[in-house]
Design a protein around this ligand. Structure first.
Ligand code: F1P
Length: 603
């Protein structure tokens, strides 16, 4: 076990509360629910954390039962994927004035970016015109940092869509929102519905349609829910499409970067590669083909998690680094490096981490990233992502306390990997590697050198596949799962998670505001109105809410919350102890682990 075991919050509460904590009857979509498998993940060992994450990921491929909503492999989902793939095929065959747009917020936008750029790369290899564009709320800086306010802005969604589609006559628009909730995406889908002569909208998310968010969006007549309803109607005549299987609740409640992101990647990889095969290698889109491809991803999970021991070693190393305030760095090559950049960037919004806690670097930096806006280095050190940047600004300060992880494949320049490994090894022995290769590959001479330099090497061997591009997609998904496990596991070991909730969630947009209120209800047992009041007190740092505050809208609240830290922990301490805000503040300053702060207060 890791560290001292703090008393669980439930023990500190009267039984009346205890009963309410146990039930999860506060309405929310599946994507926001607490997963029964992870209720005690905060007290688990690294090994147990990894196995629990594996069990959660396995839920993605569970079969649909009579009572359950459709799943990844359900008949209706496979059929819709076929139809969407055929639309993409048409565009690939006649690309003039046409576009496929992938759009989303946060992780969903980052994966939109990853897939749009990789499939464009495929097209470039074939000397075809590039048909994919991506949009991410907040622009390219959101690829590497959390920009949550723009997710609430439907107008900026519509504007950015119009901009990339200027002059186009046919657009297949794929809007991704795991929770079927982001107003940014709702605005884009609504715009598509108003211009059916050009736009065919597809919505991708992981809640049943009736759970799409129905909260009014300021300045709009639609909600995500109403847009989904219209699309459901139109899907009967195939002028709109809904891809919304469920994959079970996330391991860390609401952390849709995990399964939501993985399932997004699986579904879109399958659709786009089926379309490419149909357009360029005369392999028509078939039901069996789609189903087989999806099943192959189930295997990807098996092959990845067969490495439990190696992953556990990485989680332990990263956890040790974070616990002592040291750093974790991912040094990656090719598209796997992008998954490192993505995973690292998500630690800030998910765990309230500093950008230096977990950082990603990519060989070639912006030269290889192919993002819309080009180099972003002028935005600050957080946006310095090349290995040169690592050598210049991180390497000199490394010690054995920092964990460095090399991420590469047999297709990368292994000589270069070995060179960097040697330089890192001069500063720290805490060096690890993830290496993907196929059973048909001959080992590179340097591979042995690299393993000798590393404390641990995750050697992932893949069966030689029918296509090289499918292999790369599997390596990408596998790397995503591994890194999600490392960063999630390490933050759990650091004490950042309470049961399976991220208690210090930033309240920087409407989805997170609602999530925070629900969490306070659940943990304090108090009614919604009282919890929202405590939340606002913590946001505005006042003991009594003024009329000014109560008459402000959600945007004002979330903008103010952006400037604050520990909003939800403060609100919780206030709710549980009834103390004044200033007392709660000084309390949390002395004892940043919330459970212990409450316990100390009550004793
Ligand atoms: C978008 C998103 C998540 C992120 C966080 C805030 O969610 O940015 O990617 O992890 O939860 O929201 P969604 O629109 O895909 O549900």
């Amino acid at each position: 076990h890791h560290g001292p075991v703090p008393a669980p919050l439930v023990l500190l509460l009267p039984p009346r509360h205890d009963a309410q904590i146990q039930c999860s009857d506060i309405p929310a979509g599946i994507t926001e629910k607490s997963n029964p498998l992870t209720r005690n993940i905060d007290r688990a060992s690294a090994d147990c954390i990894v196995r629990t994450l594996q069990a959660c990921d396995a839920q993605m491929f569970q079969e649909q039962t009579e009572a359950s909503h459709q799943k990844l492999l359900s008949d209706q989902v496979v059929k819709t994927l076929m139809e969407v793939a055929k639309r993409v095929e048409l565009i690939l065959k006649d690309p003039q004035d046409s576009l496929v747009v992938l759009s989303g917020c946060g992780t969903s936008g980052r994966l939109a970016f990853l897939m749009a750029t990789s499939f464009n790369r495929e097209l470039r290899k074939l000397n075809r015109s590039l048909v994919y564009s991506y949009i991410i709320a907040g622009g390219d800086r959101a690829l590497l940092s959390s920009q949550e306010a723009p997710e609430d802005d439907p107008k900026s969604g519509t504007l950015s869509l119009k901009k990339v589609c200027e002059g186009k006559k046919q657009v297949l628009f794929i809007g991704i929102s795991c929770g079927l909730s982001a107003p940014f995406v709702a605005g884009q889908l609504d715009f598509c519905l108003q211009h059916p002569e050009v736009y065919t909208p597809v919505v991708l998310g992981f809640n049943p349609a009736h759970q799409a968010k129905d909260e009014p969006i300021p300045g709009c007549t639609f909600t995500f829910h109403s847009v989904v309803q219209r699309m459901q109607e139109l899907s009967k005549s195939q002028v709109a499409f809904l891809i919304n299987p469920t994959v079970g609740p996330e391991a860390i409640s609401g952390s849709s970067r995990m399964k939501g992101g993985s399932a997004t990647k699986i579904l879109l990889d399958v659709v786009l590669s089926a379309a490419h095969a149909a357009a360029f290698t005369n392999t028509p889109v078939t039901y069996e083909g789609i189903l087989q491809h999806m099943r192959a991803y189930d295997k990807t999970l098996d092959i990845t998690y067969a490495q439990t021991e190696g992953i556990t070693a990485l989680v332990e190393a990263a956890g040790r680094s974070l616990r002592c305030g040291s750093h974790v760095c991912y040094l990656g090559w090719g598209s796997l490096a992008v998954l490192g950049l993505i995973d690292a960037s998500e630690c800030d919004p998910t765990f309230g981490a500093d950008y230096e806690d977990v950082r990603g670097f990519m060989s070639g930096g912006y030269r290889n990233l192919s993002n819309n806006e080009g180099p972003l280095t002028s935005l600050g050190p957080q946006f310095c992502i090349s290995h040169e940047d690592f050598l210049r600004s991180v390497l000199p300060y490394l010690s054995d306390q920092d964990t460095i992880l090399l991420i590469f494949t047999r297709s990368d320049d292994v000589t270069e990997v070995a060179k960097l490994a040697r330089r890192v090894r001069e500063k720290t022995s805490n060096l690890h590697a993830v290496y993907h290769h196929t059973d048909g590959d001959t080992a590179a001479a340097e591979q042995g050198d690299i393993s000798n330099l590393c404390l641990s090497t995750l050697n992932v061997t893949w069966p030689t596949p029918a296509s090289r591009s499918f292999l790369l997609m599997q390596w990408e998904l596998s790397t995503k799962l591994l890194l999600n496990a490392v960063s999630t596991g390490a933050h759990i070991l650091k004490g950042k998670v309470y049961r399976n909730h991220m208690i210090d969630v930033q309240v920087t947009n409407s989805k997170l505001y609602r999530r925070a209120t629900r969490l306070l209800q659940k943990l304090s047992g108090h009614p919604e109105s009282k919890c929202e009041e405590a939340l606002l007190r913590a946001i505005y740092r006042v003991d009594k809410l003024t009329l000014d505050i109560t008459s402000s809208d959600m945007t004002a609240h979330t903008l103010t919350a952006r400037k604050r830290t520990k909003v939800v922990p403060l609100a919780l301490v206030v709710l549980l102890t009834g103390c004044a805000l200033s007392e709660a503040e000084s309390h949390l300053d002395q004892q940043p682990i919330v459970r212990e702060a409450v316990e100390a207060w009550l004793s």
